[in-house]
Design a protein around this ligand. Sequence first.
Ligand code: ADP
Ligand code: MG
Length: 273
Amino acid sequence: MHDRVSVDVEPHPADAKSSQAGSAEAGIRIAGLSHNYWQQGKPILAVKDIDLDIPAHTFVSIVGASGCGKTTLLDILSGLVTPQSGLVTVGGESPQAGRKDCARMFARDALLPWRTAAKNIDFALATRLADRAQRAERIGELLKAVGLDGFQNAYPRQLSQGMRQRVALARSFALRSEFVFLDEPFGALDALTKVALQDLLLKLWEEIRSTVVLVTHDLAEAVALSDRVIVMSSRPGTIVADIDIDLRRPRDVKALQSVARFHELVAELWGRL
Ligand SMILES: Nc1ncnc2c1ncn2[C@@H]1O[C@H](COP(=O)(O)OP(=O)(O)O)[C@@H](O)[C@H]1O
Ligand SMILES: [Mg+2]
């Protein structure tokens, strides 16, 4: 249906797992998870009684109203927030910030403004791959895959918002991390740029097959990209539905617009919110 992107997916010897990393095949397990924040001395229950098993190599989206605890859940998986109760494992290990087998991408690109596109990707890659020439080669391939061939030396301020998100996406996948957590990565983009980047994400994922947890409030985006969509209630966030997305892969976001089943699934999600 579409061209495969030219990302080299052979494991590189320098990509050998560090002791910080878990086993990719273990996937993600969340059991009895609840978390309170404190605001002015009062507890704010952000997420409540979450049980969720995500098998390795699955693409799962989490949808729900603003403030229902989606970012909290990703912060917990990323090891940035320690939950009050419950058991969470990512690749069989407790979440920990800075784990090399986990990558995170935010709604607004977090590119370093004083580094070029290539150097922004290199920033992440250098921690894992020592050989400079090999890094340069992989960065070249990734920039090409995200349609930014020739922009290696451009600074973030010289790129549009969409282009910056492409760089951020390339960076998220540069490490071929086993686990990728995306927090509304396309929320700030116009509709057309959004579709282009959703397709790009699909292509990168189909090559690399990380275990992805994507948070979004865009129901069509969740259906187009995912194997499974988890619907959360408003705060305190609990899981109210867990829907299998039985659309064939590889997918093409534009082509899905004329697939009846795609619209049925989006309608079903609206019904569950
Ligand atoms: N650091 C924090 N301190 C206190 N309250 C917080 C903090 N982060 C989030 N919250 C509260 O927890 C709830 C869930 O927030 P969040 O996970 O960001 O939701 P979402 O990403 O679904 O919009 C909200 O009510 C928010 O105000
Ligand atoms: Mg959020």
